[in-house]
Design a protein around this ligand. Structure first.
Ligand code: NDP
Ligand code: OXD
Length: 309
């Protein structure tokens, strides 16, 4: 019995090391080294080859290597009886907060603008914004989004949140459901999108919704690329309704060489690095789910396959 890693990672060694350190007794194998597929009950996966899970007749649990599970749920060949679990990790949430804060501050203090001016040897002052002058809207206040929203509020921002359901009371003002989306967006100057990709959220950042943001708003997509309709964002940047965007996630990753985002002066790209799963930090929960799988016990961080997140 072993944990089998099925990923597109060039070097899965840090994962193997972290899992072995968390429990030296557990065997960890790469699927490319497997000879006997019948013995596998637990897989740890990221961007697996489609259909591969059909080769494991006794598989019971697949753990995502990250918070998102869209990479798994888009595969129609994962049998319905297989449990899918995901990563919930305070470090992942905190790293996301730090990234969101960095992006927001660089927008407010015009750091990207001055970097451009530096390239042209232009010395020109521009007024900055203060925390009390911008409203931050966090779209998707789940585990990560809620941490980001609460901490932005704690450091002094005016924060709004939006999610599918009303959920627990929060210190920041919370909107929920389609009916309250417009009110949420109308009051948002910097939009931080932390939604999961599901059939309901695909394309949710489109010309209709982005037009609801006030003129001069800034869009930050940290969730998944297909939440955004790329052409609609470019149009609204070009006509000046939106001031700029930070994009960390894309329809196709790596972003294709001919994509207009690369050379757009108002688009700022990072290569899906807003918050990276730290193998050391998450190994204990993976080992625990492996143990629970073998003992037929309820799993941690189980995904609702019907909801899609
Ligand atoms: P959660 O599942 O904890 O939270 C998802 C949130 O989205 C919930 O608040 C949920 O609402 C809301 N939501 C889902 N569907 C809808 C909908 N149709 N309308 C409105 N709200 C909706 O996820 P996490 O916070 O752990 O992670 C969020 C996403 O962040 C991941 O799925 C992944 O795509 C992305 N991510 C990106 C990283 C990066 O480096 N760029 C790193 C890590 C994660 P409700 O509360 O009502 O259920
Ligand atoms: C994740 C991610 O989902 O890295 O954890 O995007």
């Amino acid at each position: 019995m072993a944990i089998v890693i099925i990923s597109d990672f060039a070097s899965p060694e840090p994962w193997i090391k972290a899992l072995k350190e968390a429990d030296p007794k557990v065997e960890v194998l790469l699927h490319t080294d497997l000879t006997d597929y019948t013995n596998v009950k637990f897989a740890l996966a990221w961007n697996h080859p489609p259909g591969i899970f059909m080769q494991f007749p006794n598989l019971k649990t697949i753990s995502s290597m990250g918070a998102g599970v869209d990479h798994l749920l888009k595969d129609p060949d994962i049998p319905a009886h297989i449990n899918i679990v995901r990563i919930i990790d305070p470090r992942l949430s905190q790293d996301m907060f730090e990234f969101a804060l960095a992006v927001i501050m660089s927008r407010m203090k015009n750091l990207l603008h001055f970097r451009e001016n530096q390239h042209q040897k232009v010395w020109k002052k521009k007024r900055y914004l203060r925390m009390d002058q911008v409203k931050i809207g966090v779209m998707g206040t789940g585990v990560i989004g809620h941490h980001v929203a609460s901490n932005l509020q704690r450091v002094g921002f005016h924060v709004l949140g939006w999610s599918r359901s009303e959920g627990q009371p929060t210190a920041y003002k919370k909107y929920f459901g389609q009916e309250q989306l417009e009110e949420f967006l109308k009051n948002t100057d910097i939009l931080i999108c932390l939604l999961p990709l599901t059939p309901d959220t695909r394309g949710i950042l489109n010309k209709n919704t982005l037009c609801m943001l006030p003129a001069g708003a800034w869009v930050v997509n940290l969730g998944r690329g297909p939440l955004l309709v790329d052409e609609d964002l470019i149009n609204l940047l070009d006509i000046g309704h939106l001031a700029g965007a930070n994009l960390d996630v894309f329809h196709k990753e790596p972003l294709t060489e001919d994509h207009p985002f690369w050379l757009h002066s108002k688009v700022h790209i990072t290569p899906h690095v807003a918050s990276l799963t730290d193998p050391e930090s998450v190994a204990p929960q993976i080992i625990e789910n492996y143990r629970r799988t073998l003992q037929n016990q309820p799993l941690l961080n189980l995904v609702d396959r019907k909801k899609g997140y």
